[in-house]
Ligand binder design. Structure first.
Ligand SMILES: Nc1nc2c(c(=O)[nH]1)N[C@H]1C(S)=C(S)[C@@H](COP(=O)(O)O)O[C@H]1N2
Ligand SMILES: [Mo]
Length: 331
């Protein structure tokens, strides 16, 4: 969800601005909201998403077998978000900026044949067919919290394996310090590629030790099936301790670099989206607090917001990666 500002173009619209109507305790506030064009359109799209959610069900895509992960921290005890919500409330700007757009539009994405190029500072650069990536390591099911920078969260049972399995296979050179993740940008199948929302392709990056951390997941599926297009088919990154935008969808290239790569959101608004973007309730976004979050599915009138946890609750697993760093400066 975006708003346009005078200064530097488009930005995430905070979830406080897209609150569903039953959140409004009094009618006057609701009517006032309806009177403004942007919020009015948002309410309409929210109703549309509710209708859409009724039609999205698990059990339609190819099953993807996986063993429950034994990795410490990989399976939260929290209840999974309903499949209908996880697959109809999405950020995937290549298919539009409304939360319902990806579920409506992403059917045009052609995910087969698919190849992923691994290049840059590695001993064994290679072009992998999706089929070979699917066989590269045993599939695990991991239930991760996903915290969007906009102030909402979900719990999603992903299927995949640690990105480290692929990294080890291609043997990074000593001077490889970062990895850049490049995603698909095909204007023929992705209707919003070419719009000026972001510079395409959508690119992300991780420091090598972050990429090598076992929790960093290369994901091919969710809820026992292959990924729906709107969630990043045929493969995506999932980095559970970082804001959701670090988890790049629909990967086509993985490049090993010496310098910190430029990333799409940092490039669009450097003061709002840093390279690290670790979930941190103590560092507010310049335009809103990050101290709490709304869990999707807990949208009822009396639903309480949840407190956002440091590193999204993964501090025991990943805190060491950032020892000695000033997390306010390196946000
Ligand atoms: N290629 C691409 N990847 C992307 C995005 C995007 O717009 N394009 N949005 C990001 C954001 S902001 C979030 S919150 C997550 C949402 O993932 P989900 O829709 O599977 O919950 O995907 C991330 N990955
Ligand atoms: Mo996000």
């Amino acid at each position: 969800m975006l708003i346009q500002t005078r200064r530097d173009g488009f930005h995430h619209l905070h979830s406080a601005d897209i609150t569903p109507p039953e959140f409004y305790a009094n009618r006057r506030a609701l009517l006032k909201t309806l009177a403004t064009g942007v919020a009015g359109a948002t309410l309409a799209s929210w109703a549309g998403r509710e209708a859409l959610a009724q039609t999205v069900r698990a059990g339609k895509l190819a099953p993807l077998a996986a063993a429950r992960s034994l990795l410490p921290g990989a399976i939260t005890m929290e209840k999974s978000t309903a499949y209908a919500d996880a697959s109809s409330y999405n950020n995937f700007y290549e298919f539009g900026t409304d939360k319902a757009d990806p579920a409506h539009n992403a059917h045009t994405l052609k995910t087969s044949p698919w190849t992923v190029e691994v290049e840059g500072l590695v001993k064994k650069p290679a072009r992998y067919a999706l089929e070979d990536l699917l066989r590269l390591a045993p599939m695990e099911e991991r239930s991760y919290r996903l915290r969007c920078v906009e102030g909402w969260s979900m719990v999603i049972p992903w299927i995949g394996y640690s990105l480290s399995a692929l990294i080890k296979r291609v043997e990074p050179l000593g001077n490889a310090k970062y990895i850049e993740f490049v995603t698909q940008a095909d204007p023929k199948t992705m209707p919003f590629v070419g719009s000026r929302v972001l510079d395409w392709p959508y690119v992300e990056g991780l420091r090598m030790d972050e990429a090598m951390h076992p929790l960093t997941l290369l994901s091919f599926g969710m809820y026992g099936e292959v990924l729906p297009n709107q969630n990043g088919a045929p493969l995506r990154l999932v980095v559970p301790w970082k804001y959701g935008f670090k988890s790049a969808k629909t990967l086509v290239k993985i490049r090993f670099t010496e310098r910190q790569p430029l990333t799409a959101w940092n490039h669009a608004a450097a003061s709002e989206y840093g390279f690290y973007s670790n979930v941190n309730p103590e560092v507010d976004h310049p335009r809103w607090s990050q101290a709490s979050e709304r869990r999707i599915g807990e949208d009822g009138l009396f639903a309480k917001k949840r407190k956002t946890l440091m590193f999204n609750g993964y501090e025991a697993q990943v805190g060491q990666l950032y020892a000695g760093m000033d997390l306010k400066k390196l946000f």
